[in-house]
Design a protein around this ligand. Structure first.
Ligand SMILES: NC(=O)c1ccc[n+]([C@@H]2O[C@H](COP(=O)([O-])OP(=O)(O)OC[C@H]3O[C@@H](n4cnc5c(N)ncnc54)[C@H](O)[C@@H]3O)[C@@H](O)[C@H]2O)c1
Length: 256
């Protein structure tokens, strides 16, 4: 297919749902050959089928990003199928249960850190080691990388950590002629928030009129991921970019 990713191989983690699904579909619409990676293989396969039905090329890969070996394997399977790797969107993460700060136990802490922080780190290593020069890695962080929610303290800490990893990676990535950036979405309509997944493509009127600070659509984030992964962002690296409908610009108005 023609488009800004024509002939490029793109890997998307968490590609079976929400922002990963929308991004996988948009990369494919722009000509990318997409590895849809997810813990949930059925979900990844459904996205691959939708991409193929629309005339695109895609491959489903089951991987648990908390595992270093799975990160290496998802890259190996992608290269085995498509012959290389040009871009990656490391998007998968786990919100975890809503928990009181003092009641969060070690098992929950390790699970969330394992997926969100460890998974992101080994995903960055695995994709960068295999990526062709010029390649971009985009990481899905969150507004929780910049401010906290007491009921998701560990998730908040991992998303702060993800920005640290992106900043730390900028220079070693540049030495390999690679770029890395993070996206910080606000509230997005996805199953992670207990909402029904949206169906791509989004109607243009819905995409163009998000409410201020309101609920965004997965495709709002997909469009930013595509920009950061494209040659148009060739001088953009080590940064974190909000896509939150103005949420973080606003201090709640209080009248004393
Ligand atoms: N939804 C929001 O409001 C919101 C806001 C800010 C940031 N984010 C971030 O955006 C990203 C995507 O979130 P979403 O809302 O689209 O979520 P989602 O729940 O719709 O999709 C997440 C996908 O990741 C997969 N996944 C979970 N754990 C995995 C693992 N260990 N290995 C591989 N795949 C795994 C799930 O199976 C699922 O398909 C996440 O990094 C999330 O933290 C979400």
């Amino acid at each position: 297919m023609a488009g800004i990713f024509a002939g490029k191989v793109v890997l998307v983690t968490g590609g079976g749902s929400g922002m990963g699904k929308s991004s996988a579909q948009r990369f494919a619409e722009e000509g990318g050959r997409v590895a849809v990676v997810d813990l949930n293989l059925e979900a990844a396969q459904a996205v691959v089928e939708a991409i193929r039905a629309a005339g695109g090329e895609a491959l489903a890969v089951r991987a648990d990003i908390a595992s270093q070996a799975d990160n290496d394997r998802m890259v190996a399977e992608t290269i085995g199928q498509f012959g290389g790797l040009d871009a990656a969107f490391l998007n998968a993460a786990y919100l975890g249960p809503v928990l009181d700060f003092f009641e969060t136990d070690a098992k929950t802490f390790d699970l969330i850190v394992g997926i969100n922080l460890r998974g992101c780190f080994f995903g960055m290593q695995a994709t960068a080691r295999a990526m062709r020069p010029g390649g971009p890695v985009v990481v899905n962080a969150s507004t929780a990388a910049l401010a906290a929610n007491q009921y998701s303290a560990v998730y908040t800490a991992t998303k702060h950590g993800v920005l640290g990893l992106v900043r730390a990676a900028a220079e070693p990535f540049a030495e390999r002629k690679l770029r890395i950036n993070a996206i910080c979405p606000g509230f997005i309509q996805t199953p992670m928030n207990g909402m029904a997944d949206s169906v791509a493509p989004i109607a243009p009127e819905l995409l163009e009129q998000p409410g201020f600070c309101g609920l965004g659509q997965p495709q709002h984030i997909a469009e930013l991921a595509l920009f950061l992964a494209s040659a148009r962002a060739a001088f953009v690296s080590g940064g974190a970019y909000l896509a939150d409908g103005g949420l973080m610009a606003n201090i709640p108005s209080v009248r004393f």
